[in-house]
Design a protein around this ligand. Structure first.
Ligand SMILES: C[S@@+](CC[C@H](N)C(=O)[O-])C[C@H]1O[C@@H](n2cnc3c(N)ncnc32)[C@H](O)[C@@H]1O
Length: 271
């Protein structure tokens, strides 16, 4: 197995395939479940946002959206179990056949609360699939770690109500989030990020603080996935120990855990 600079096993190839089958095939044995864990929290924040900001159909930006998994779960009330089963029995299908089946899912279920999803990702293949399947309404193919958004990307980012992510902070940092916020002018979208405990959220929190946000960490931990093998676990535990994060009872037992950070603008009375 190959490991990336963070000590995690490198799964890059599963995010760049032309359809989501490799993603679900590789992640199933690892029990990847953080989008499912995140779903009720995202639903709660959407509800709070709609009530507080009087926005009937919020526009959500999913950063590192990959194949639009969070959108499928939130818009169409899909579950991770359903998606694992759906793509697990599709070995003999062409990409077009798979897409046709997914379009049928998108057509047959009304988007909850009329939610609209824009996905931001560095993977063209994942974005194209999610858009064609009807999971995402708009896509931004960009690496905002490296570059400012183009005028077209800027226009797609503007008007975002909520920014969410799962499994992405760590690869994506405050550089991307700052650029996303700057694309909003004076508006400040709410944010909710599920972040592995091995990654510090402090730099993001500081940057958001400077942009007028207050961040709260939800007092719970969320299973993300199993370690791929003992070597990955050892590398991640080393990294966590060096950062002073106590892994007893959690990562030491074989699962990687995430935490949820919710950031809202200071002047928000519902905070
Ligand atoms: C671990 S995956 C998480 C995917 C999805 N959110 C989920 O929970 O299943 C990380 C995603 O971030 C994307 N990514 C990595 N670096 C990025 C960057 N600099 N800008 C945008 N997306 C990036 C990858 O292409 C990948 O789709």
């Amino acid at each position: 197995m190959r490991f990336d600079a963070t000590g995690k096993v490198s799964l890059d190839h599963i995010y760049t395939a032309p359809d989501p089958r490799t993603y679900f095939e590789v992640l199933r044995p690892l029990g990847y479940c953080v989008p499912q864990q995140a779903k009720p929290y995202f639903e709660k924040i959407v509800k709070e946002y709609r009530e507080s900001e009087q926005v009937e159909a919020p526009r959500i930006l999913d950063i590192g959206c990959s194949y639009g998994i969070n959108a499928a779960l939130l818009k169409y009330d899909a579950t991770m179990d359903e998606l694992y089963a759906r793509y697990g029995d599709a070995a003999g299908m062409s990409r077009e056949e798979l897409l046709a089946r997914d379009r049928e899912l998108s057509r047959s279920r009304r988007p909850a609360h009329g939610l609209r999803f824009t996905g931001l990702d560095a993977s063209t293949g994942a974005l194209a699939y999610a858009r064609e399947a009807g999971f995402l309404d708009d896509t931004v193919h960009a690496d905002l770690e490296a570059d400012d958004p183009t005028p077209e990307q800027h226009a797609l980012l503007t008007g975002t109500d909520l920014v969410i992510s799962t499994g992405c902070i760590g690869y994506v940092t405050e550089r991307t989030l700052t650029r996303v916020v700057h694309a909003q002018g004076e508006r400040r979208p709410w944010m909710a990020h599920f972040v592995l405990r091995m990654f510090s959220f402090d730099p993001v929190e500081e940057a958001l603080d400077g942009l007028g946000y207050r961040t709260v960490r939800v007092d719970d931990v969320f299973k993300q996935r199993r370690f791929a093998d003992p070597q990955e676990q050892a590398l991640v535990l080393d990294r966590m120990a060096a950062a002073g994060v106590d892994a007893r009872g959690l990562e030491e037992e074989g699962w990687m855990y995430a935490q949820l950070y919710v950031s809202r603008p200071h002047q928000d009375p519902a905070r």
